[in-house]
Design a protein around this ligand. Sequence first.
Ligand SMILES: O=P(O)(O)O[C@@H]1C[C@H](O)[C@@H](CO)O1
Ligand SMILES: Nc1nc2[nH]cnc2c(=O)[nH]1
Length: 286
Amino acid sequence: MASPAETYSTEKVHESANFLKSKMGSVKPKIGVICGSGLSGLGELVENKIIIKYTDIPSFVESTVPGHKGQMLFGQINGKDVVCMQGRFHPYEGYPAWVVGFPLRVMKLLGVDTVLATNAAGGINPDFKVGDFMVIKDHISFPGLSGFNPLRGHNDESFGPRFPAMNDSYDKKLRTLFKQCASELGLDNIMREGVYCNVAGPSYETIAELRLLLKLGGDAVGMSTAQEVVTARHCGLKVVACSLITNECILEYDSNKTVCHEEVLETSKQRAQKMESLVSKFIGKL
Ligand SMILES: O=P(O)(O)O[C@@H]1C[C@H](O)[C@@H](CO)O1
Ligand SMILES: Nc1nc2[nH]cnc2c(=O)[nH]1
């Protein structure tokens, strides 16, 4: 098993990238895909797959969450060379923020210029329904605001500046293209756009916390993506991200409903095919 490096080092990110370059054959990925909880099926879209387990990649850590396979795929989706992370790292697994963002720098070194991140999220916006897709317009990262930022510590200038802007994190043209693809597939009725609240997890939210997120302008809540996006934007990657609303957030004290990871995985399973069609169409148009 690869063990997490103590601190970020430029040598380690180059070592990981060089290892992957030696394995990826003639694939020249410009597109990186990250599969969210229960969305590993997106990896099934990859043709002529080369599969590399995270545990075999230098400086990569283990993916410990059910629904995250823990392997990197190289191949083609809809005719385009891609690298696909079948599973991601989350801060609640005990990993420092820079470890969570590390694969994005590796992708940059592999030649990726656009990242498509997916995730499973709870719907805070009362108009959202379980099974909706939400293209992410912006995020509020509570871990990031409180110091758990993947760029904390030594700044590696070879990737980006000390103080990168984040106001344009979720690329407007790519969001438009993503929504257009959804329209072409007849998915307008389930396609939303909104603000993703990133929390640390692993416990789900209390009612008071969810009411706070709603007041702050959040539409969905989850435990990932923001650290990846900040790392990606720092090194100049374009980002598009989509949440699958896997569960309703409980905002009322008299509700007898609750949330669990099994429900999250079940909704992902039910929507997998639609998400796969959408991702495939979108990648074909990049
Ligand atoms: O990796 P994502 O953000 O898709 O996974 C979400 C957040 C937690 O890991 C898990 C909670 O059910 O699903
Ligand atoms: N924090 C959080 N993460 C999720 N991932 C999927 N659903 C949820 C949720 O309701 N809350």
